[in-house]
Design a protein around this ligand. Structure first.
Ligand code: EPU
Length: 417
């Protein structure tokens, strides 16, 4: 199993390019199921989750071709098998995103229930409730969601809570429903907006993307299109925090500063100087960061996917920071691993009190999920001596060429087999 070996204490400096967003790429790939014509996606990140989604779609009968310029063409002309099996769903919860499109276009789907995961229970009840309101018949048998519908019918859907993939699933399903659907309490995440833009280019009629009410007028069929995937705001944020904890100065190209207001705001509060232009963000940090308090919440508030990285910053900051996780019930597993590096963190339920220490010390650490792993890398870059991060297959799910990008910024980091 691969590990990352980091010799910390080097201020990051230089430029690096941000990749396409994982959490936009995955639903966009599923949107290919909604049409017989090819969907061409560019700026596709090279990630394990993307490969997993490609194998899931290929197994269903979608024709996939990949070019050498981060482009993927998906064509669901004929579909053989509208099924997402447990072995794939287990490794990637986002597989649930095939459910809405399959049901809308083929009238049936068999998708494994995702089950619990390291960061919390993560049920899919809102996805199912919404699809039922659109007229689907849904049963759960032997761990599988069996869904059927003749043609979905537009309806008013009110989500009990804000769910990103839930909104995406229902939005995709509603595109091919008969009549108009309204999704209230919809997620406003930029990835939802990116998906809506692509669906509209395919002929869908979605209004309100980026607000909490989506209105979708159903159409009988969608066409193919070409779409460039938005840049990854969480990858961007992670490199910004990495630069901040090392007292560095970096420029990130291909970024979308407009999607990062809350993260940029917190980094400025911590003392960083940040300049944002159209698709570039530069950060300079002099001296030790100041602690910040953070509360995660749906967009545009501070993203849960940046919580672990911010905890690494608070760990070496001056003062005490209070971090409240309001999205997932079990997303503090990195706290104990950060403590192995010398961090002083006390967790109580969904709150962590982080008393900044002057220095972290390298150690062997291991993480249980993607963003937790990112926080350990960030902390390792700031720590004195060597940090060995184990189980980096989590990182490979969501960070394209992380060690190459960090090396380019001057970090002493390498992958060991
Ligand atoms: N929830 C329910 N019922 C549902 C759906 C969600 O109770 O039917 C709960 C969840 O358990 C959670 C909250 O609602 O407590 C929000 O979950 P959401 O559905 O928004 O999360 P998701 O759609 O499964 C996406 C991202 C996650 C990111 C969250 C929150 C993708 C593929 N995944 O997950 O990304 O943390 O939104 O922003 O878009 C990551 O990239 O590391 C990652 C975990």
């Amino acid at each position: 199993m691969d590990r990352l070996l980091i010799r910390g204490g080097v201020p990051l400096g230089g430029e690096v390019r941000v990749s396409g967003a994982k959490n936009a790429a995955l639903p966009l790939m599923c949107a290919a199921l909604l049409t017989r014509q090819p969907l061409r996606l560019s700026n596709v990140p090279h990630l394990r989750d993307v490969t997993t989604m490609l194998s899931l779609l290929t197994r269903m009968g979608v024709e996939v071709s990949v070019d050498d310029k981060l482009g993927v063409e998906l064509c669901a002309e004929d579909l053989v098998n509208p099924e997402a099996p447990y072995d794939l769903v287990r490794t990637m919860r986002a597989s649930i995103l095939v459910l809405g499109p399959l049901l809308a276009r083929y009238g049936r789907a068999r998708v494994s229930l995702p089950g619990g995961c390291a960061i919390g229970q993560r049920p899919v009840d809102q996805h199912l409730k919404g699809l039922q309101a659109l007229g689907a018949k849904i049963d759960v048998e032997q761990g599988y969601i069996i869904a059927e519908a003749r043609r979905l019918k537009g309806a008013r859907l009110v989500a009990d809570l804000v769910t990103v993939t839930g909104t995406e699933n229902l939005m995709m399903a509603a595109c091919l429903a008969e009549g108009t659907s309204v999704i209230e309490n919809a997620a406003r995440e930029p990835e939802v907006v990116d998906l809506a833009a692509c669906l509209n280019a395919m002929g869908a009629r979605i209004k309100g993307a980026g607000t909490d009410v989506l209105t979708i007028e159903g159409v009988t069929e969608l066409a193919g299109t070409a779409h460039r995937i938005m840049s990854d705001r969480i990858e961007t944020g992670t490199y910004l925090v990495a630069a901040a904890v090392t007292g560095g100065s970096v420029t990130l190209r291909g970024a979308d500063p407009g999607t990062l207001d809350s993260v940029i705001g917190k980094l400025r509060e911590a003392g960083a100087t940040i300049t944002a232009k159209e698709d570039t963000i530069s950060l300079e940090m002099r001296g030790r960061p100041a602690s910040v308090n953070v509360r995660t919440a749906p967009y545009p508030a501070f993203p849960t996917d940046m919580q672990a990285q911010l905890m690494a910053l608070d760990a070496i900051a001056e003062g005490t920071g209070v971090i409240t996780e309001s999205i997932f019930e079990n997303r503090f597993m990195h706290a104990l691993e950060l403590a192995r590096l010398g961090a002083d963190i006390e967790t109580n339920g969904n709150t962590a009190v982080v008393r900044g220490v002057r220095r972290l010390q390298g150690a062997s650490v291991m993480a249980t999920d993607l963003r937790a792993s990112a926080s350990l890398v960030v902390a390792g870059l700031a720590a004195e001596g060597e940090t060995l991060v184990d189980r980096i297959y989590h990182l490979d799910r969501g960070y394209e060429a992380i060690e190459e990008k960090l090396s380019k910024l001057g970090a002493r980091i390498r992958r060991v087999h």
